[in-house]
Design a protein around this ligand. Structure first.
Ligand SMILES: Cc1cc2nc3c(=O)[nH]c(=O)nc-3n(C[C@H](O)[C@H](O)[C@H](O)COP(=O)(O)O)c2cc1C
Length: 179
């Protein structure tokens, strides 16, 4: 049983045939600009939810957990995500405000990883995000919280069929003290 499952997994298709090129030497200096380009390209390629990412958090003992979330914005505060403060991830971010995001766009063999420090944005911004959800019904949710992940490190990763995968790093210097 497990042998055939192992073989089944081994035989699954690899990266998509038509991978885009990525020249790190000509990448923009601003990682947010490169992310917007890659997001637009992922949409053009037919990715359904390119703004979905995993969010990894850890509790005060260092036990990690992760789940999918939707990216809400990127601005000078950081990479915005929103959730309930009373959820597991909300409680973990209160106890230990370190977080990691991971986007994966299989049609393009692209991954973007963001590691950083989570800060809570204002109650007004959180309420506006709650009201802007597709399922908004005019209700209020005082536990809904918008966070900004202030990046310490961002990696853009491009798969290549020759296996010389490209890794392009940004380390925003202004955030060094958060390490
Ligand atoms: C594609 C996708 C997007 C999601 N977006 C959100 C989101 O933006 N905010 C949120 O709180 N949960 C979102 N969820 C649900 C979370 O993954 C998770 O199940 C829930 O928030 C509870 O997580 P926790 O118990 O680890 O705190 C999303 C799930 C999927 C699959």
């Amino acid at each position: 049983m497990s042998e055939s499952f192992r073989r089944q997994l081994r035989a699954l298709p690899d990266f998509h045939e038509n991978l885009p090129d990525f020249d790190a030497a000509t990448a923009p200096a601003d990682p947010a600009e490169l992310f917007r380009k890659w997001l637009a390209a992922a949409l053009d390629a037919g990715e359904r939810q390119p703004h979905a990412c995993s969010l990894a958090t850890a509790d005060s003992d260092g036990q990690p957990s992760s789940r999918m979330l939707i990216l809400k914005d990127i601005d000078d505060d950081g990479w915005h995500i929103a959730t309930s403060r009373t959820s597991r991830k909300g409680r973990e971010l209160s106890a230990n405000p370190r977080a990691a995001l991971n986007f994966y766009w299989p049609l393009q063999g692209r991954q973007v990883r963001v590691v950083g420090h989570a800060v809570e944005l204002s109650a007004e911004a959180s309420a506006a995000d709650w009201d802007a959800r597709p399922a908004a019904d005019g209700s209020h949710n005082p536990d809904w919280q918008l966070y900004a992940i202030q990046p310490l490190e961002i990696e853009f990763w491009q798969a290549r069929h020759d296996r010389r995968h490209i890794r392009h790093f940004y380390r925003p210097a202004g955030n060094a003290e958060l390490r």
